[in-house]
Each structure stands twice: as structure tokens, then as C-alpha cells.
Design a protein around this ligand. Structure first.
Ligand SMILES: Cc1cc2nc3c(=O)[nH]c(=O)nc-3n(C[C@H](O)[C@H](O)[C@H](O)COP(=O)(O)OP(=O)(O)OC[C@H]3O[C@@H](n4cnc5c(N)ncnc54)[C@H](O)[C@@H]3O)c2cc1C
Length: 450
């Protein structure tokens, strides 16, 4: 069986590897000139920068790939300090509580918000609407302050999103099911997270000595000449039991026949394809998914120019604190080998739903405002020794209220068009771990149905 996987991001590569293992003849068609999609590691001036995603949560699906590709020897665990996470409260980074004692003592929350947290398991569960925003669900059970100081920055950290617009059911399924199944966000959340993650999640986050791009590079190496770069899918049409695809192969048109087709590209890119009419209608909600622009700004400083100990994963900024940055990752404190001796590397996230214009703003506009944040939050003096600015015009799909229409439409398109499989960050979770899992699951579906 000949299967084409469209897109060599982490989802497409995961699907392709699994298809190969299960005995299919697989070809990966990638529009760009490199594999990995948004995973963008670069080395310059002694710094190792992740200009896109910065770390992977350890999941069973990831462990499977690491074992298969023998990547354990080059794998990195985070420093012990990375367990500490800060949020900004009244203009100052404050460590988030990690146990009941630190919860009682923390300055991150007022006394009344702490009481709300302790009382939450006893709050009567109501029959909540099927589709409710993340903010509304948490506000009902925990009040406004937890939404403003916990949920808002957390959602900015994962989705660069707005909790008032994101669907609890689709964007934060752990919270949604916690209330429905266990009657409590705190107790149910812990039980749901444990049940989903299995034991491996205890290892926390992962990266590699040479950065995250090690993973897609090793996946592509294992697939060898089955990966074709600079080859863009432009259209598809049914032919017999399979698919005739139109390609733009380095500027030259080409068409090929495949028995099955796995779309692992972003949802917004579906709009540029010539599709069968059934698919175009059903996939309209997916094509209209919002992907607000986001920028990452990696900055190096001499260690002596930063007052803050940078003893943690990073700091998130609640919207009410009115900062330019959504958050700052203490990159050289989390994984070793990210900055030269005597220097530190921080990575700032700017834009998203909170400030889309800043996500697309030029460096000249951004840098002074970001430096001002770093001066007040982290006591940074002097000028950066290293700067890398990266824009993501379509960063992360927002699973907003009504996301059901995206999911139902994709399922309808697949049912109407046998042999077409749709997967990627826009369907079953945006994290790298979720993308690996759904790539593998899609490959299993292809093999089971053909
Ligand atoms: C700035 C940023 C930071 C993030 N941080 C984290 C993090 O720290 N941890 C985490 O777990 N997740 C993070 N995420 C989310 C995660 O990185 C993504 O959700 C995930 O990498 C998406 O993978 P994908 O393969 O589905 O899509 P993509 O990486 O977008 O890959 C899709 C591929 O399809 C190709 N393509 C598109 N159209 C066509 C076509 N017509 N023909 C052929 N090929 C095509 C593209 O060129 C691309 O290579 C972050 C995302 C961003 C943008």
C-alpha cells in the first residue's frame, strides 16, 4: 500500500514512522526546505536557541519514538530548579506554590483566593453547559482571582490564547472531565492527569543535547529518501479507490497516485488546496480556525547583568499585570549547554490573542518594550549580547467555543472520502506530545481500515 503523508512536522513524521514500522510504503511530502515544521533549533555565537517550541512533555508516545530511534544517550533532563515556576504579582515574580505548605505561604494569591482553592472540592458540581469557556468553568468553582492569576497566564503559556474564548472541553479536557467525572477541579484534575499520562510523565519535560530539532531530524533520517522536501501538495481528487494528488515539486507541477493520504499540515493551509467539494464544505470550520501571530525573542546577557537568580523554568505574566511579554523562559537554567560560560539566555514570548499586533511587530518596536519588562521583572542591566527574533504569523490554533464544528467537519470529510485521513495540531491537542500521539494513532487507523 502506497501512503502519502503531507507535512514533515512532528505529526507527519510520527505518522510516517509508524506507517513504515507497520509495513506501508510511505512518502512524506513537505512544502518547506527542512523537516520539523515549527520546531526550530539554531546555534549561533555559542548560544543554542529554540525559536519555536522549547520542550517536550514526556509521554508514552514520545518514549516509544525515543526507544525506536535510540535517542536516550543524547536526551537531556531539565535541571532540578526548573520545577520552580514564577508568576508576576504586583509587578514582581513570585514562585507558584508546589505543595500545601507553600500554598499557605505564597504571595501569588490573596488569602480569600487560597480559601477558595481549599474549599473547591466541596463546591457543589452543577450540570455545566457542554461547551463552556475555560475561564467560565474555573470562575464558577474558584472565582475571578484564580482566573486572572493562574488560568490566564497558564493559557497564555500553552496556547498564547484567551481563556474567555477557549473551550474547556476541547482546550483543557482534563479540567472539563475533572468536574464532570469527579466533581472537583483539584481532585479530579490530579486523577485525570495521572490516568492520561501513565508513569512516564514523572520524568517531566525533555529535550536533547543539540536541541529539540534532534527529534524530527532523527525521524527523517530513519525515513531516508521517503521524505521529499520542497514538494507542496496543491490539490487532490478521488481516483478509483485512492487519490490522485497534484504537487508543486520545486516549481514543477507533478501528479502522483496514492492508496491513502494523511494530511498532517496546519488547518489554515487546507484553504489553499483544490479539494473535492464534500471536503471543502466539511473543512470550512477548520480552515477558519484562528491562529494569532506570536513572536519569540531570545536574548543573551552577561550573567552579572541580571540580578534575578533565574532559578526556575520561567515567569508568566497575567494580563492584569499589563506587561509586553506573555512570559519569559529561563532557557539556560532549564537545560544545560544553552549559553556560553558567564552568560545567560532567556526566551520571551510576545503577542498571541492578548496582543496580536505585537506578535507581528518588527524588532525595533519590540526590543525596547521587552527590555523594559526584563529590567523591572528580572533586574536586567546593560544591553543584550545576543538577539534572535522569530515571528510566527500563524502560531497555534485556538480551540475556541464551537470547536466541535471543526472536529465534526473533519470526521465528516473522512467518512465521505475513504482513504483521506486528517491529523495535526488542530485536532487532538497542540502540544508536541499530543501531536506525536495523534500521528501514531492516525497511522494505526490507516492500517486498520485499508
Ligand atoms: C512559538 C511556538 C512555541 C511552542 N512551544 C511549545 C512547547 O514548548 N511545547 C510543546 O509541546 N508545544 C509547543 N508548541 C506547539 C507545537 O510546537 C505544535 O503544535 C506542533 O509542533 C505542531 O506540529 P505539526 O506537525 O502538527 O504542525 P507543523 O509543525 O506546523 O508542521 C506542518 C508541516 O506541514 C507543511 N505543509 C503545510 N502545507 C503543506 C502542503 N500544502 N504540502 C506539503 N507540506 C505542507 C509545513 O511546511 C510544515 O512543515 C509551540 C508552538 C509554537 C508556534
Amino acid at each position: 500500500m502506497q501512503v502519502a503523508v503531507i507535512g514533515a512536522g512532528i505529526t507527519g513524521l510520527s505518522a510516517a514512522l509508524e506507517l513504515r514500522v507497520r509495513g506501508a510504503h510511505v512518502t512524506v511530502l513537505e512544502a518547506g526546505s527542512r523537516v520539523g515544521g515549527v520546531i526550530t533549533t539554531l546555534r549561533r555565537d555559542g548560544f543554542l536557541v529554540e525559536a519555536g517550541p522549547t520542550s517536550l512533555t514526556t509521554t508514552p508516545a514520545l518514549e516509544h519514538v525515543i526507544d525506536m530511534l535510540d535517542l536516550e544517550p543524547v536526551r537531556l533532563s531539565p535541571s532540578a530548579a526548573a520545577k520552580r515556576r514564577y508568576i508576576v504579582r504586583d509587578g514582581t515574580p513570585v514562585p507558584l506554590p508546589s505543595d500545601p505548605v507553600s500554598l499557605v505561604r505564597t504571595r501569588a494569591l490573596s488569602a480569600s483566593a487560597k480559601l477558595r482553592l481549599l474549599r473547591e472540592p466541596f463546591v457543589q458540581a452543577v450540570r455545566s453547559p457542554e461547551d463552556e469557556s475555560v475561564a467560565s468553568l474555573v470562575r464558577r468553582r474558584l472565582g475571578d482571582e484564580i482566573v486572572a492569576y493562574m488560568v490566564n497566564p497558564f493559557v497564555a503559556g500553552i496556547y498564547a490564547g484567551n481563556p474567555e474564548r477557549l473551550s474547556a472541553r476541547h482546550a483543557m479536557p482534563i479540567l472539563y472531565h475533572a468536574e464532570r467525572r469527579h466533581g472537583s477541579l483539584l481532585i479530579g484534575g490530579m486523577k485525570e492527569a495521572k490516568a492520561r499520562a501513565g508513569v512516564v510523565r514523572r520524568r517531566g519535560i525533555t529535550s536533547f543535547r543539540d536541541g529539540l530539532h534532534t527529534l524530527p531530524a532523527a525521524m527523517a533520517a530513519a525515513l531516508g529518501p521517503r521524505v521529499r522536501l520542497r514538494t507542496r501538495l496543491t490539490g487532490l481528487a478521488r481516483e478509483g479507490d485512492g487519490w490522485r494528488v497534484q504537487l508543486d515539486a520545486q516549481g514543477a507541477p507533478e501528479d502522483r497516485y496514492f492508496d491513502a493520504l494523511v494530511w498532517a499540515g496546519p488547518a489554515h493551509a487546507l484553504a489553499s488546496l483544490t479539494l473535492p467539494p464534500e471536503a471543502r464544505g466539511a473543512l470550512a470550520p477548520a480552515m477558519q480556525l484562528r491562529h494569532p501571530p506570536l513572536a519569540t525573542l531570545a536574548l543573551g546577557f552577561a550573567r552579572r547583568d541580571v540580578t534575578h537568580p533565574l532559578d526556575g523554568f520561567g515567569v508568566l505574566c497575567p494580563e492584569v499585570e499589563r506587561r509586553t511579554v506573555l512570559g519569559v523562559l529561563f532557557s539556560s537554567s532549564v537545560f544545560e549547554g544553552r549559553a556560553p560560560e558567564g552568560q545567560v539566555l532567556v526566551t520571551c514570548f510576545i503577542g498571541g490573542e492578548r496582543a496580536p499586533a505585537l506578535g507581528a511587530a518588527p524588532l525595533e518596536t519590540l526590543l525596547p518594550a521587552v527590555l523594559e519588562d526584563l529590567r523591572t521583572l528580572l533586574g536586567v542591566r546593560g544591553t543584550p549580547t545576543f538577539v534572535h527574533h522569530q515571528q510566527w504569523p500563524h502560531a497555534i490554533p485556538q480551540y475556541e467555543l464551537g470547536h466541535e464544528a471543526v472536529e465534526n467537519g473533519a470526521a465528516r470529510a473522512e467518512a465521505a472520502l475513504p482513504g483521506l485521513y486528517l491529523t495535526g495540531q488542530w485536532r487532538n491537542g497542540v502540544s508536541l506530545g499530543d501531536c506525536i500521539a495523534q500521528g501514531q494513532a492516525t497511522a494505526a487507523r490507516v492500517m486498520a481500515e485499508r
